[in-house]
Write a protein that binds this ligand. Structure first.
Ligand code: PLP
Length: 361
């Protein structure tokens, strides 16, 4: 097998142990004679898989009992609509924090359903900072406050949870979910698409405080109603069963690795190594993000001259370091170093970056 390091932002690298287990169980899951893909979602085998996945996720994040955990379709993008459809609860306004591309997409979608107040924006720094909480202009009548916990494209991450008083806090955690412990009780709703840090695309997880659901906008389709999903154990219709199963294997793997505190230590160390190398490269490589909000998961960087990009990527591919090209909207490079990216992978990247810089004098 060709061993590569995959730095894709998503769909992204999954733990090799998980893929091997899935391979072993592919044709015959635990003596059932069937693949998980072929099972009825209402059969006792799949119900067991689904319940175990939820229980493990609850344990990993210490999710309080008054929160529902939903396994949904439509990725994080469907959540951009589901959030206002479910959480406006008769109100007409919502607060959004604009810190980059993904929060912008959430804002655009919410504007279809309500008046969006941009309570803070880092546009003036080209989205390389996080506006300090003290400068946010929150609306006391807002139904909720939405922010993106980690801007996957810009590489900007929140390292503290903003206090919004009694107004429910909502966060798109897609690319930081399960990278470190999180105090779920501080949120009204957390959502994340699976393909960044815990599974195959097409699945999203939403963790929502139960008193906030059940008051959807009139006309909301059933598939967009959290209450309907909650009342049906995320099986109102056929859920993405195989993706749910793989996510469950990733949750088991995380528990075996020591849980989210252990992951946080490794993730912080991996990120620090890479940023330290970039900062110490004498300007050959640059990361534009303010030090206090540099993402542990997505590290964008540019080369001294843009004309070197193609050669850098070609050489990286030769060194089995894949998918380092930056997002088309910002250019340059981006190394996504999620939970499943080993420290050895980050070391290999740094070693290649050193050699490349040296070869250019
Ligand atoms: C990838 C991503 C999304 C979109 O996810 P889809 O599954 O493609 O809908 C939304 N928000 C963030 C922060 C992301 O990284």
């Amino acid at each position: 097998m060709t061993k590569v390091y995959n730095f894709s932002a998503g769909p992204a690298v999954l733990p090799e142990d998980v893929l091997k287990q899935a391979q072993q169980e592919l044709l015959d899951w635990h003596g059932s004679g069937m693949s998980v893909m072929e099972m009825s979602h209402r059969g006792k085998e799949f119900i067991g898989i689904a319940e175990k996945a939820e229980a493990d996720l609850r344990e990993l994040l210490a999710i309080p009992a008054n929160y529902k955990v939903l396994f949904l379709q439509g990725g994080a993008t469907a959540q951009f609509a589901m959030v206002p459809m479910n959480l406006l609860r008769g109100k007409k306004k919502a607060d959004y924090i604009h810190t980059g591309e993904w929060s912008k997409k959430a804002i655009k979608e919410a504007q279809k359903f309500c008046t969006v107040n941009i309570a803070a924006s880092s546009e003036s720094t080209k989205f390389t900072t996080i506006p300090p909480r003290g400068e946010w202009k929150l609306d006391p009548d807002a139904a909720y406050v939405h922010y993106c916990g980690n801007e996957t494209i810009g590489g900007v991450e929140f390292f503290s949870i903003p206090d919004t008083g009694n107004v429910p806090l909502v966060s798109d955690m897609s690319s930081t979910f399960l990278s470190r412990p999180l105090d779920v009780a501080k949120f009204g709703l957390i959502y994340a698409g699976a393909q960044k840090n815990f599974g195959p695309s097409g699945l999203a997880v939403a963790i929502v405080r139960e008193d906030l659901i059940g008051q959807v906008l009139p006309g909301t389709p059933s598939m967009f109603d959290y209450k309907i999903h909650a009342d049906n154990g995320s099986m109102y219709n056929t859920p993405p069963t195989y993706a749910w199963y793989i996510a469950g294997l990733v949750f088991e793997w995380l528990k075996k690795k020591g849980g989210l505190k252990a992951m946080a230590e490794i993730n912080q160390r991996k990120a620090k190594k890479l940023y330290d190398y970039i900062d110490g490269s004498g300007g050959f490589y640059k990361n534009p993000v303010a030090v206090s909000c540099r993402s542990w998961m997505n590290v964008p960087f540019t080369l001294r001259e843009e004309t070197l990009d193609e050669e850098f990527l070609k050489g990286a591919k030769g060194a089995k370091l894949l998918q380092l090209k930056g997002h088309r909207s910002v250019g340059g490079m981006r190394a996504s170093i999620y939970n499943a990216m080993s420290e050895a992978g980050v070391d290999a990247l740094i070693s290649y970056m050193k050699d490349f810089a040296k070869s250019k004098g």
